[in-house]
Design a protein around this ligand. Sequence first.
Ligand code: ATP
Ligand code: MG
Length: 571
Amino acid sequence: MNLNEPAKPSNFIREIIDNDLQTDKYGGRVHTRFPPEPNGYLHIGHAKSICLNFGLAGDYNGKCNLRFDDTNPVKEEEEYVESIKADVRWLGFDWEDRLFFASDYFEQMFEYAVQLIKCGKAFVCDLSSEQMREYRGTLTEPGRESPWRNRSIEENLDLFNRMRAGEFPDGSRTLRAKIDMASPNLNMRDPVMYRILHASHHNTGDKWCVYPMYDWAHGLEDSIEKITHSICTLEFEAHRPLYDWYLIQLGAYRPQQIEFARLNMTKTVMSKRKLLELVKGKFVNGWDDPRMPTISGLRRRGYTPESIRLFCNRIGVSKADSTVDVALLEHCLREDLNKRAPRVMAVLRPIKAVIENYPEGKVEELDAVNNPEDPTMGTRKIPFSRVIYIERDDFMEDPPKKFFRLAPGREVRLRYAYIVKCEKVVKNPETGDIVELRCTYDPETRSGSAEGRKVKATIHWVSAEHAVEAEARIYDHLFLKDDPGNVEEGADWKDNINHNSLETLQGCKVEPSLANAAPGSRFQFERLGYFCVDADSKNGKPVFNRTVTLKDEWAKIAKSEKSGSQKQDSN
Ligand code: ATP
Ligand code: MG
């Protein structure tokens, strides 16, 4: 797949694949997979894994499967399956005819388990989960063998079949691998392969009442699908010997597992468990709340798939855990939107300005540039008339020295229009609040004409008569701290929630071209930031999400890091 992005630099995963191709380890094949558990919506961390797996398959002319790791019936739902498919597709990737479910392999997994029992490598255990924990030992002490470990093969087969047949209650028995209770790797201490659970599964219904454990199932899934490079996050490094052990005992096809560091991001919690808590606790308005780090939240916020792919390429992959600044994600978004988002004028906090010497009833259609970065995007007409709205912040009654915008007796240029001067401030006699500004304009200064003179500032505006009324939702980070998930014992990570992360502005005034803008379309509101039309928009009353401001925090961080390292170099 060519996503028109620059060639990616090499990394340790590519080196392993290159080497495997050279030694013909997998007959020249590269076959990866993205294996989400359908127990929540995908987040930006998953995007890293998706871009990596589908990206490698694309670059090496290989294949990438989408596989749902649906081994836990209790937490999984159809809604999540559908959202995950939509998100992967939206990111720009295609699994073609390779959509798989771990649950499709339940029968085969059961047969594999029987095979292990038959060669004396698995047994039915009657210890409760609590007892099992006691027997397990610790990092410094070996575990003890289960008293049920030496049941005969016949008894094990009989019990395991009866477990499947539903004869025993939940939690009363398990099937365990017979490996080594003294192994320094706790994962190898006779791990549980099957548990009894009388629960309906989103895919297999009530067919099963024994369910495979993740560690038993995962390696089998990769093996069954003949995955060549099974790429996962670092926490599975210590599970690799177990996956290998299972496949070696079974004499089954064995992929190469490669671990990489998961994405962590500042001001963000990433685990699905925590994201679910935010949704359930109504700290946000659903999984696709524009403040969520979910793919669906980012999409609703106005992120483009291109910007997310760009971000994932930029952060690369490594073996060491680190935290990426959320400012880098925003930087990638600005870089993309700068090229493609049409510029428009919108006033978020309006104040009325009447241009007294402009004829009543007159309307001029002025030319405005759609995107100075891209001349092919052309121009549009915007109406100008006697009464306009300007941004409340662009006027000060008593301005400090460095304020160059509108003030009594001062001039400012209206973008694409004229130079205006503030002649008078009209106040509500009771409250003292400013109601409107009375201005005059200089007809000789129309934008594009021989303007003659310059003023220090240009501000945006909207013609009052033509303005469309809109709502704007202004977002801030959902968390106050850089590392919100990291809390002292006894403290709650939710205490770090920023309760002022959403500000809703009513009565915004936007230019008429935006009246029927399609949900999902993105714009740059001149001088204010990038905005995206929300699905809550109703005919004639658009709702905008602020996607991101124009101020690039990342450029500042990158600059200070650069000057910091230069200083070090010269030491
Ligand atoms: P979470 O911890 O957020 O619940 P998970 O790892 O349990 O995530 P899965 O559905 O099992 O979620 O993940 C599917 C794939 O996405 C896995 O291969 C996993 O390694 C990868 N993945 C999950 N989180 C991240 C992350 N933060 N960075 C990179 N890859 C991730
Ligand atoms: Mg998981």
